[in-house]
Write a protein that binds this ligand. Structure first.
Ligand SMILES: Cc1cc2nc3c(=O)[nH]c(=O)nc-3n(C[C@H](O)[C@H](O)[C@H](O)COP(=O)(O)O)c2cc1C
Length: 320
């Protein structure tokens, strides 16, 4: 996603306003050619009417001088800041200068400074309201729970279709972006997907995990305490950080339309022996496409359709 680059401009009071001032909030930054002309006045007035609905995060930018902006703001009682991009540097960087002229444009930025929506060559009347609609929609979507977190379930009805190595690698890449204590990255993965090795690993599964034999890939996740921080009061972070990495992997898999189901039902000693692993086998993850249920027993078939079961939030969290 495109970002607004680092800048520092003067506002209508001659005070510096920088890129940092935009971070942390959703905001609208709109560019207009000349303060005081009829189109620019109408646009400013229409944004001004919606100032509170934009949570006060509107910024107007034009090439005009600090003095011109100051009198424009006063004359029309504008509540938002006006910045002077006198050399059109910011406008140039955003690609909205043509033949030396600024093209009327609007950008919605998110708290990370990413441009989430842009309007280039704006028609003034009604524009502010249109921007408000999109601004609200973006905020609403961002505030909802991540769709892949919502969709993810411990599904067992796997198709046997092979999964490309490219996709399996993408899962590992996502896991590897997890945070860890002092960036120790204690997680280790063995991606098992050849028929021969899968068969070997099947020997270590508990009988209740029979359904994993249909998975085209099983990922062995292992770590060692000495791969990560070992801090006071038994805080060995290897398991914790490896769990974070697995969490990332599961969410990425769901986004890619794949089931990724971690289990504890296997013989860890056997897994270690079979694959020559030194350390703790944290989990095995079954990966595959969803949609075959004939192999499932009645209990598992029922679970496949059952709603998610969670304790009440009040049982697991308190706000002090
Ligand atoms: C550490 C761990 C071990 C699990 N072990 C098994 C297992 O051996 N067999 C199995 O079918 N599911 C296993 N699960 C899946 C859980 O039963 C499942 O995540 C839980 O019931 C919540 O359901 P949901 O993931 O659909 O929200 C395990 C999950 C985790 C995180």
């Amino acid at each position: 996603m495109k970002k607004i680059f680092e800048f520092s401009l003067l506002d209508e009071e001659g005070q510096p306003f920088t890129f940092q001032d935009l971070l942390g909030n959703y905001s609208v930054i709109y560019f207009y050619p000349k303060a005081g002309t009829s189109g620019c006045t109408l646009e400013a007035q229409q944004f001004n009417e919606l100032f509170e609905q934009f949570d006060g995060h509107i910024i107007g930018v034009s090439p005009g001088s600090v003095k011109a902006l100051s009198s424009f703001r006063k004359k029309y009682g504008l509540k938002f800041k006006l910045l002077s991009d006198s050399k059109k540097e910011l406008a140039q960087a955003l690609g909205i200068v043509k033949d030396g002229k600024l093209i009327r444009s609007t950008f919605i930025l998110d708290p990370w400074g990413r441009i989430r929506k842009e309007w280039i060559n704006v028609k003034v009347d009604g524009h502010a309201r249109q921007v408000l609609e999109v601004y609200r929609k973006i905020k609403e979507e961002d505030f909802s729970i991540n769709p892949s977190i919502l969709q993810r379930r411990a599904f067992r009805g796997l198709r046997n279709d092979p999964i490309e190595d490219e996709k399996l690698l993408r899962l590992i890449e996502a896991a590897h972006l997890a945070p860890s204590c002092f960036n120790k990255q204690p997680w280790r993965f063995v991606v098992v997907r050849s028929k021969e090795n899968l068969k070997k690993l099947h020997e270590a599964l508990s009988s209740g995990n029979y359904w994993m034999k249909y998975a085209p890939a099983l990922i062995i996740v292992h770590t060692r305490d000495d791969f990560d921080c070992q801090l006071s009061d038994d805080r060995n972070y290897a398991l914790f950080d490896t769990g974070l990495a697995v969490g990332f992997l599961l969410v990425q898999a769901t986004q890619m339309g794949l089931v990724a189901h971690p289990v504890a039902g296997y013989d860890p000693i056997k897994v270690k022996e079979l694959f020559g692993i030194d350390g703790r086998i944290v989990t095995l993850i079954a990966v595959g496409k969803w949609g075959r249920f004939e192999q499932l027993n009645e209990k598992h078939l029922e679970l496949e359709r059952s709603p998610r079961n969670r304790r009440e939030i009040s049982e697991i969290a308190e706000f002090l």
